[in-house]
Design a protein around this ligand. Structure first.
Ligand code: SAH
Ligand code: SF4
Length: 411
């Protein structure tokens, strides 16, 4: 898409009523496992014999009802609410900006406090509605320590890991804004699935490498999938990694969500250049970890992401090798048209070539959806969300071609 098209932003609707929440330094009760929440309550004088009941009450209010104000917790006594207010917060993060694309894609720019020295940080969360599902793309870090050569996030330094609260808050806030909690209204004219939940799937495909922030990502995803709370099925949560092999094993054992691998090359020599973590965890080790991933079947496949880079990894020879490499692994292949950014030396493969590549792997028996560009007008691009720390010049941002995800997780 030409940059001029991106410059015509007439269809962007700025969402009304964006609340600016005053932050406090109080610890949040969001993003804590039950036992950690219990500990905090006991420290504040809640009797041991009551604590389990109190945690269940809070859990229900926070994750089923989605409240962000202690005063809404109508079955919690006034004294208890006062105590909670004095010592804790359950406020949502600050929304700097909310944009809605004409295709219904929504993007929130959120600001989190510095956590120690430094400046506040900003991250993006993106919602993509499709027929029968709504996918939320969540960030795990501000920036990334890895330096994949085709990824814009890879050119930004890691500023910090997001906390479990900050990861989970992206989901809570999106559910607030979409009216996806009981007794909440969906904004007029919003494009959402016709029935049921507005957010049906989560993908950890925003900014950052989730497996380099393992503990916080794990906690957030365990809470998101908890059956007494947010209740998202683990089959509808997909974690995307560039291939941090030891943590792939741990993801299978300790989190149990669906896995997506940013493969992008089928030979070590090329993958070393595109995804440099490959030098540490080469393809044979990565494939071994994939084969060992628990619970794989035709209904539960690993997604392999493959960015289409002109004359780099897009030949039919590559397609052939790809099929060979994945042999025996229940797999889906996601071909991603490369999304160029200012200063990159790569180009997106020609559409014809992408189709030829897709046909080849289809014939080999793999469904290989090509990701449909979404939310172009609001620059909602997974894999290259920007951060405040190294904010691009506006003119550069506008030169982005935005591309969005589709076809992740189970229906
Ligand atoms: N760090 C994780 C998750 C975030 S990236 C990972 O690498 O898997 C989400 C996906 O977008 C990854 O497959 C990533 O390789 C891809 N991506 C990054 N930059 C891109 C670009 N410019 N064009 C297309 N896809 C890109
Ligand atoms: Fe980091 Fe993923 Fe980008 Fe690589 S592709 S630099 S791992 S965000």
């Amino acid at each position: 898409m030409a940059a001029t098209e991106i410059l015509s932003r007439a269809d962007i609707v700025k969402a009304p009523e964006v609340r600016v929440v005053p932050r406090t330094d109080k610890p949040s009760l969001i993003g804590l496992l039950r036992e950690d929440m219990a500990k905090l309550l006991v420290e504040r004088g809640v009797p041991e014999r009551q604590v389990k009941m109190r945690v269940s009450q809070l859990w229900h209010w926070l994750y089923v009802r989605g409240v962000s104000d202690f005063d809404e917790m109508s079955n919690v006594s006034k004294d208890m609410r006062e105590m909670l207010k004095e010592h804790f917060t359950i406020a949502r993060p600050e929304i700097v900006e909310e944009q809605v694309s004409n295709d219904g894609t929504r993007k929130w720019l959120l600001r989190f406090p510095p956590r120690g020295a430094g400046r506040p940080v900003e991250i993006e969360t993106v919602y993509i509605p499709e027929e029968g599902r709504g996918t939320l793309c969540i960030s795990s870090q501000v920036g990334c320590t890895l330096t994949c050569s085709f990824c814009h996030t890879g050119t930004q330094k890691l500023v910090r890991n997001l906390t479990a609260e900050e990861i989970l808050s992206q989901l809570l806030l999106a559910r607030d804004r979409l009216g996806d909690f009981p007794e909440r209204d969906t904004p007029q004219g919003a494009i959402v699935p016709a029935e049921g939940r507005k957010i049906t799937n989560i993908v950890m495909m925003g900014m950052g490498e989730p497996l380099y922030n393992f503990e916080n990502v794990k906690t957030a995803l365990l809470i998101a999938s908890d059956g007494d709370g947010l209740s998202l099925s683990k089959r509808r949560i997909t974690l995307s990694t560039s291939g941090i092999v030891p943590e792939i094993y741990r993801t299978g054992e300790e989190i149990g969500v669906m896995l997506a691998i940013s493969l992008h090359a089928v030979k070590d020599e090329l993958r070393d250049m595109l995804v440099p973590i490959n030098k540490k965890y080469p393809l044979n080790e990565l494939m071994e970890a994939c084969r060992a991933y628990p619970g794989l079947s035709n209904a539960r496949r690993i997604t392999f992401e493959y960015v289409m880079l002109k004359d780099v990894n897009d030949s039919l020879e590559d397609a052939k090798e790809l099929v060979k490499l994945l042999k025996g692994i229940p797999a889906k292949i996601n071909l991603i048209p490369f999304n160029p950014w200012p200063g990159t030396n790569y180009q997106c493969s020609d559409w014809e070539q992408i189709e030829k590549f897709a046909d080849f792997i289809n014939q080999a028996g793999y469904a290989s959806p090509i990701r449909t560009p979404r939310g172009r007008d609001i620059l909602a691009a997974c894999g290259q969300l920007k951060s405040e720390s190294e904010r691009m010049r506006k003119v550069d941002r506008l030169a982005f071609e935005a591309m969005m995800i589709a076809n992740h997780g189970e229906d």
